[in-house]
Design a binder for this molecule. Structure first.
Ligand SMILES: Cc1cc2nc3c(=O)[nH]c(=O)nc-3n(C[C@H](O)[C@H](O)[C@H](O)COP(=O)(O)OP(=O)(O)OC[C@H]3O[C@@H](n4cnc5c(N)ncnc54)[C@H](O)[C@@H]3O)c2cc1C
Length: 384
């Protein structure tokens, strides 16, 4: 899922027609449902305790189709696939030398580490910074942290999704559903023009946040495990699980908010910079926003002032993305009645709605304008 901010970026790239064709429905600027929050961890029919709406609502895609649109619009000859960066080194001439695991090498002016939550670039950047500063607390940012949450994921073909007990079509076809219960929640919504229902369920042990997680992050598991985990939930949530033959189980990790995104011509973006829990469906959108700001900055950066432009990127994007990272984790706690609001719906509902403020707090134009303004200023510090 993406939100209005990301949609506006796709519009600037001239890609909205292509993305509208693969969305669950062509997005409009009219208010739409972000999420319909419902209490569901009881066998009796649940009830809505909050409806969050916003312009464009929640725009949904099948992830593979979403990526295909980007790939099909790449100019030929600029992407090399199947490469694994092993290490990099900065030369005295300002160039960065790259060594890949297949033994091949390359050089670049700017290395952008967009290599995901287990980023090789972040690991090296933070290890070198820790060594240089003699501050080994920086090493806390190399490894991702387990949030204490496990997620089960599955896709269900629309025709297999059972109707509700009242004979009506399942609610997930109408709007993204957030079914909430104590220390658990279930997200359900349609994608691929209504042909598929995406189900992601979460089960948390908040006290284990930060515990080491031993084992594979993503594994196949038995349907029974999923059914056992949500036994006793309202039928609208529980019954469709019987259509998920082979769920996958994910250990949800995130990063401790990073104190910097760039050093010496090497810069982080996307999950490498701010991998977050998925409770606001925002990680990929934040990555696209990084790319939007960084791309526009680099497009105008004079070659001898690139470092200042990277500093401007960091100054604008780091607080924004770290805010979403933290907010996303807090939101998960709220959905599972594990926040300070517990299940006091009259205060919890507004608190959940307030968590979505980042979507229109700083308009995209303003964000980019302030990055460009910062970059064009004469350097005020050695970092910029
Ligand atoms: C359950 C779940 C649901 C989610 N739902 C949403 C959602 O609805 N909306 C949303 O916006 N976000 C969502 N996210 C978050 C989203 O998936 C990530 O934020 C997004 O994929 C980050 O993109 P990225 O390109 O930064 O990293 P990635 O998608 O992880 O891509 C990193 C790439 O770098 C490559 N790579 C890694 N190491 C190297 C190396 N050494 N050399 C070269 N290449 C390398 C990898 O192979 C990979 O292709 C969800 C996450 C989860 C876990």
């Amino acid at each position: 899922m993406i939100w209005a901010r990301t949609w506006h970026i796709l519009a600037r790239m001239g890609l909205t027609d292509a993305f509208a064709r693969i969305a669950h429905a062509p997005p409009t600027g009219a208010p739409g449902v972000g999420f319909d929050y419902r209490r569901s961890d009881q066998p009796a029919e649940g009830f809505r305790f909050k409806l969050v709406e916003m312009p464009y609502g929640c725009i949904r895609f099948h992830r593979a189709a979403f990526l295909d649109v980007f790939v099909s619009h790449l100019p030929p000859g600029i992407a090399y696939f199947g490469k694994r960066l092993a290490t990099y080194s900065r030369g005295g001439d300002g160039e960065t030398a790259l060594l890949f695991s297949d033994g091949s090498t390359a050089t670049c002016d700017v290395l952008i580490g967009a290599d995901g939550i287990k980023s090789t670039v972040r690991a090296q950047m933070y290890a070198e910074a820790a060594e240089a500063a003699g501050d080994f607390t920086l090493m806390r940012h190399v490894e991702p942290v387990w949030t204490g949450t496990m997620a089960y994921r599955g896709l269900i073909r629309a025709q297999d999704v059972p109707r509700n007990e009242d004979g009506m079509a399942h609610r997930a076809f109408a709007a993204p559903m957030m079914y909430c219960g104590k220390s658990k929640h279930v997200v359900s919504y349609s994608i691929a023009q209504g042909d598929i229902v995406n189900v992601v369920t979460f089960a948390s042990q908040p006290e284990k946040h930060g515990y080491p997680f031993n084992g594979e992050w993503v594994v196949d598991c038995e349907q029974q495990e999923l059914l056992d985990c949500y036994a006793g939930w309202e039928p609208e949530v529980f019954t469709p699980f019987q259509c998920i033959d082979k769920p996958t189980r994910w250990a949800i990790h995130h990063l401790r908010p990073l104190p910097f995104y760039h050093r010496n011509g090497v810069v982080l973006m996307g999950d490498a910079a701010h991998a977050m829990s998925p409770h606001q469906g925002a990680g990929a959108g934040q990555a696209i926003e990084d790319a939007f700001v960084l791309g526009n900055l680099l497009a105008e950066a004079p070659r001898d002032q690139v470092l200042r432009y990277l500093g401007a990127y960091e100054a604008v994007r780091l607080p924004a993305a770290n805010g979403v990272l933290t907010g996303s984790y807090e939101s998960g706690m709220m959905y599972e009645f594990d926040s300070e609001y517990g299940d006091k719906y009259e205060t919890l509902g507004p608190a959940i709605a307030a968590q979505w403020a980042w979507i229109d707090q700083v308009p995209l134009d303003e964000e980019l304008a302030s990055a460009l303004r910062l970059a064009r200023q004469p350097a005020r510090s050695s970092r910029l």
